[in-house]
Design a protein around this ligand. Sequence first.
Ligand code: SF4
Length: 688
Amino acid sequence: SAMREAKVKRTKTVCTFCGVGCSFDVWTKGREILKVEPNAEAPANGISTCVKGKFGWDFVNSEERLTKPLIREGDSFREAEWEEALDLIAKRFREIRSQYGPQSMGFITSSKCTNEESYLMQKLARQVIGTNNVDNCSRYCQTPATVGLHRTVGYGGDAGSIKDIAKAGLVIIVGSNTAEAHPVLATRVKRAHKLHGQKLIVADLREHEMAARADLFIHPNAGSDLVWLSAVTKYIIDMGWADEEFIQMNVNGFEEYRESLAPYTLGYAEEVTGLSKETLIQIAEMIYEADGTAILWAMGVTQHLGGSDTSTAISNLLLVTGNYARPGAGSYPLRGHNNVQGAGDMGSAPENFPGYQRVDNPEVLAKFEQAWGVKLSSEVGINNHDMIEGIHQGTLKAMYVKGEEMGLVDSNINHVHAAYEKLEFFVVQDIFFSRTAQYADVVLPASPSLEKEGTFTNTERRIQRLYQVFEPHGDSKPDWEIIQLVANRLGANWNYQHPSDIMEEAAMLMPIYAGVTYERLEGYKSLQWPVKPDGTDTPLLYTDGFPFSDRKARFYPVQWTKPLDFEEQYDLHLNNGRLLEHFHEGNLTYKSKGISEKTPAVFLEVSPELAAERGLKDGTLVRLTSPFGNVKVKCIITARVKGKEVYLPMNDTGDGAVNYLTSSAADKDTDTPAYKDTRVRMEILQEE
Ligand code: SF4
């Protein structure tokens, strides 16, 4: 029996629970996880991890894992073998494509999956099916940040490394609950703030942990960030505090931009944001006095009608003050999922081939046509928001969704579920039977990160390898293998033996990944893109100019978009976001025992003022109603929130899901849902 006993094994992996990209060793025996051990060599985190990285992994062995393909029969599903499921998918995809054309199909890749898997999903859509209708969940979070940066500085990524943030004289956090959403990154800020005199400004609706630590915590009116950012920028220019030498050498369009700031006087900003003139001046002074300013932002900025514009305003401010191309300065959009950055890099977007190369650029198109041996569509595809609208309008007939819980995570989910019911054919590939899978015709069982090889790219553009810890559970397979099976059933002739083969092809076609090879990423080695063919990488962007033809950045004028209008009866502003313990909507972490026992249910944060006005106590059950749906939830009273602002964490996999309440309104430039522009009314319910 000693012979049969499994050996203790130690394998390097990369965390899948947020964009910080912590890497560590997993100690296992058989399928048992003995411990997660950080390693000083880990480039993003060193010896730190947070609770999710340390204890969040037993979902891998959950009894709820999908082990077999499922095929719909009437209102239920039956188990099937792979052959049958793949044959059915190939048959229906062929029929739908020939009846309605390739533009009737939509493909969603996952920002939890590897780079190689996202690469293959977009290749399936483009090469095999013939459509650019491909997207990923960064549409729900970070696409506005990417757009804001592409407009101004050219690369949609963090300007420097996570460790550089510690060198900033001033850190400004806007709309990010960093301590809970990006814990290990927040630790760097906390340490620099405490030990090295770094200054910290936090702008948020909630007084979360980072806000409580800040030198200056500001609470602008909901949805008004662009106004205070622009007023501060204008004041800096008016005072003669702009970095004129930097602007002259490095940035185009200053005069036009300066004129566009005319409306953003201190008086106007005071009126719109509710921040006093003195506070606005104080922010400007802190930026002027700081040796290097880094601005970190997340969903509090992006998930509004003007999310791309506010991201742009942040980048404009950094350009005015010369805060690019030096360590401890610059833009840090904080990517949520582990591979949001990578999914975007790999062309999981309707307008871009891998490497942010436009599908409607003839040179780019020719390059990909030559590499893939087919004629490709140069028509920009539709994003996931328009896919849902397309189903309602009858133009989109089939979808293939990989590793995305769209049915909970998209906004206005009653509207999304109604769309799913209209699909003629729906394939969902996941590790669990998700809410989205309930609407599928075929469900394919995939393997999570611990059961496969590949690479992830974290928020600081760092590409890291993960190694296989376990064999795939049951009959599940790694996503890249499944996509290859589907493609080949549809007549492709792919022959990838290992994810490294996929990366080799991707690197050939993507200038920013040119020098990426698996050898250069062995063990704890990593590369930050752009990576030159000789393997030189770029921890700090823009030191030899900006990636435009004249090497100069561009000021991009933007104007404020007012938040959505709601009827007066919706008298409460509903904010939403994460909890430390849970991964997004919680569909992995609720299946990890240690975590689900600690934080089993969702709750609504209510201010002491509102509690007093309405007679709410901790535990009072309320119904929230918006024009789009309603949820029942229990209250907790906390001074973290103010006045008529309430906060509902997003981790509920059932009837408490916040997206029953959110609308289909979206950022005007990217269609990212305006989750944060939500208002509700509240009724107190009797306890059952
Ligand atoms: Fe994982 Fe993020 Fe926590 Fe690091 S900070 S262990 S990447 S969840």
